[in-house]
Structures are given as C-alpha cells and as structure tokens.
Write a protein that binds this ligand. Structure first.
Ligand SMILES: C[S@@+](CC[C@H](N)C(=O)[O-])C[C@H]1O[C@@H](n2cnc3c(N)ncnc32)[C@H](O)[C@@H]1O
Length: 393
C-alpha cells in the first residue's frame, strides 16, 4: 500500500467512526477492527499505519468533525509531510482544495471543556487525557506474585504505584500469552487497581461489587480476599455480567454473580442488606477519565446523558450504602473527572446521611478532591478516576 493509500483508508475509517458517534453506534476501536477485518489483504504494517493515522485525527479534533477528510486535514495542517500525501494518486486522497473545510483541533466539545475547567482540570491535565495509554497488568495474587510474574514474562515490565501492577508498552499482545490463559494476570489499569485498594478488602470479609460489569474490579477484590470470605458481583446488564464467570474460572477466583432488575435492586439483595463488610460501587459514568482508550467518547457525550449518569450515580450509591453493616465501608468510584459525577455525588450523599464519615484515602497516588481523591493521567500516569471511601458509623 502506498503512504497516500493509507491516508485515504484512514479517512474511510474516520467516516465510519464519525457516523457511529452521531447515532450512538459502535466504538472507534470496534469500527477500526471491523473495517480492517473486512480487508484481510491489507498487511500488518499498513494496518498499524491506518489505525495510527485515524486515531491521531480522533485525538486532535475536539468537536465531531464534519467528515473523515476534514479530520485528516486537521492533522495534515500541522504535518507538511502528511499534507503532501493528498496528491490525487490512484488510491490516495484528492489534492487539498483552497477553501476546503478543516476540522478544529481541541480537547472536547466546548460545553464539555467548560465543565472540565470548572472541575479544576488544567490545560496539561486535559491534554494528557488524550495521550496514548500504556498497558497495565495486575498479577493475580491467587496464583502468583508481581515479582514471579515479571520474571516469566517474555518482555521487560516496569512496576507502577499499585502493589500488583506491571506496565508494558501499549499494544503488547498479552492476551495471546500462555501466562494469560493460565490466569497469572489480568489487564487492568493501575488507577483501577488503586481504587480497589481503597476498599482495603481483607481475607474472610463479606464483599459486594454492586456494578461489577464483566468483573475488572471484582477479580482484584477476589484476589484481596485470598479465597476466604464471600464475594457477590452484581450488575443489571446480563451480557456484561455473563463475561465474568469464565474470567473468574481462569483466575481461580470464587465469585457469586447476581443479575439485578433496574429499579428493584434492593429487593434482590435483602440477604446482604446491612450485613456487608465492604461494598464497591463502580458507578456508570461519562468516562471522561478513559478518553486515552476511547477518545471518540467525547464526541458522543451530551449534557442530557451526563444528567442521566448523575441520577444513576446517586441511586447506586444509595443502594450500595444500604448493604453496608454498621462499622463497614464502601468505595464509590467513577472513571470521570467531572465534579458533578464524583465529589458532588458524594457530598450530596453525606449531607443526607449523617451516619457516615469519610475515610483516610491512602493508596500511594492521587490528589484530594472533595471528600475523595482524584487520579489523572497527567499527575499519576493512570486513567482518570475519582474515588471516595466512606465508613458507616
Ligand atoms: C463502570 S461500569 C463497571 C465496570 C466494572 N466494575 C469493571 O471494573 O470492569 C458500570 C456498570 O454499572 C452497571 N449498572 C448500571 N446501573 C446499575 C444498577 N442500578 N445496579 C447495578 N449495576 C448497574 C452497568 O451495567 C455497568 O456494567
């Protein structure tokens, strides 16, 4: 494939990503994978180049671009070598016209940039939200230790602030390794691992992961339990929750799962009501802290969707708090840096529930924010998170 043909291919990928962002379709990751899968004749170097070009355009454009070509022209504007590839060659893009529309560079749509600034996110912190994320593993303490795992991995790994974490270059094909099939590690961002540490789960405890999804955090909580105690993983999304059982089997983690009915969660959890030592509430959120992995998410978010998230966040925090025994605790987590989804949700809960106090947040990283702690890619080299641990008196 010629370099110009790669650019034209990236423009086609971008057109599909933009269309999906407008109608709440698949993620950019899925669309890029499907586009490449349908063109098996494209070699691996070309695939990587097309993906990199398309993703650099997604990262650069704050607002949804009009077209893939307008997005790619925004990249070309700061890269003369790329601009020269708009040469009208056989499979390449047409030459750049004089008054052609060029997408604007930016962090996010204007309304969202304002909300981030109002949440204390600086220019540097904002820019780092769109960097390329590293690949973090969590050594599964049920089967190994971080040191033993590091010694058998086929590539050198760095350690990070989380006690079981190892960091590898982005794109390392870890899921093809035998150590993955053997359950020696899970892929989990260091920040996500640290939010699990904040709950400080000890062997023998009764623990609920209320919004477990496919179990990213559940498996870390199971490792902290060391096979002693009881761990219940819940979610309202059947397909997501059903992905947890095979992961738990691979990790040798003992986990009970329970599918909840939206609006009737408490009724399905009466046996855990007021009896649980530790509750993890990884609430659904806008995901502003994970743009490094899905930068087109900022093109999809609307203020209406954000308002819906904040309502659900207050609901799941109230439901999770109802499970905690006197003297027990909960950790509320969102992978968002918007105050309205983190500090403000917790502040409203504390104002309405005087029988709770804020715990000391000691996880070896992060900056205090409201009643909790914030992790950012810029300050902590993790995905962006807000978390707060609350004790029931
Ligand atoms: C941030 S995701 C969880 C990710 C997961 N904990 C992990 O670490 O991979 C939030 C989850 O909350 C679930 N959810 C939404 N509303 C809920 C509710 N009322 N009760 C329980 N789970 C809910 C969603 O289906 C989604 O899977």
């Amino acid at each position: 494939m010629t370099p110009a043909a790669r650019v034209q291919s990236a423009i086609e990928v971008l057109d599909a990503v933009i269309a999906a962002a407008r109608r709440e379709g698949a993620s950019a990751e899925r669309i890029t994978a499907d586009w490449l899968k349908a063109r098996r004749f494209i070699g691996s170097k070309d695939r990587r180049a097309i993906r990199d070009l398309a993703w650099s355009a997604i990262r650069l454009c704050g607002e949804v671009p009009e077209t893939g070509r307008a997005a790619m022209l925004a990249v070309a504007r700061c890269d003369p070598a790329l601009a020269a590839l708009f040469d009208g060659s056989k499979y390449g893009p047409a030459p750049i016209g004089e008054d052609e529309p060029v997408a604007a560079a930016g962090l996010a749509p204007a309304w969202l940039e304002e909300r981030l600034a109002a949440s204390g996110i600086s220019r540097e912190q904002g820019a780092a939200l769109l960097d390329r994320a590293p690949l973090d593993l969590r050594a599964n303490r049920l089967k190994t230790t971080r040191d033993r795992l590091a010694a058998v991995l086929p590539v050198a790994a760095q350690t990070t602030q989380a006690p079981d974490a190892l960091r590898l270059p982005a794109g390392t094909p870890v899921e093809t390794w035998p150590e993955f099939a053997e359950g020696l590690f899970e892929v989990q961002d260091t920040g996500s691992q640290l939010t699990c540490s904040a709950l400080d789960v000890r062997p023998g405890e009764a623990v609920v992961d209320l919004c477990a999804g496919a179990g990213g955090k559940t498996l870390a909580l199971a490792a902290a339990l060391q096979g002693e105690g009881h761990l219940l993983a819940c979610d309202i999304d059947r397909p997501r929750l059903s992905r947890l059982a095979p992961r738990a089997a691979r990790a040798a983690a003992r986990v009970e799962t329970r599918l909840l009915d939206p609006g009737r969660e408490a009724a399905a959890l009466t046996d855990w009501q007021g009896r649980t030592d530790a509750v993890m509430i990884d609430a659904p959120c806008s995901g502003t802290g994970t743009w490094r992995r899905g930068p087109e998410a900022r093109w999809r978010l609307t203020s209406q969707a954000l308002a819906r998230y904040t309502r659900t966040q207050a609901d799941v925090l109230r439901i999770g708090a109802g499970l905690v025994r006197p003297g027990g605790r909960l950790t509320y987590v969102v992978c968002s840096l918007l105050d309205v989804e983190g500090p403000e949700v917790v502040a409203a809960f504390l104002a309405a529930n005087p029988g709770w106090r804020v715990a000391d947040q000691q996880v070896g990283a992060g900056t205090p924010r409201g009643a909790g702690c914030r992790l950012t890619p810029w300050d902590d080299s993790t995905d962006g998170f807000f978390f707060a641990t609350l004790h029931r008196l």
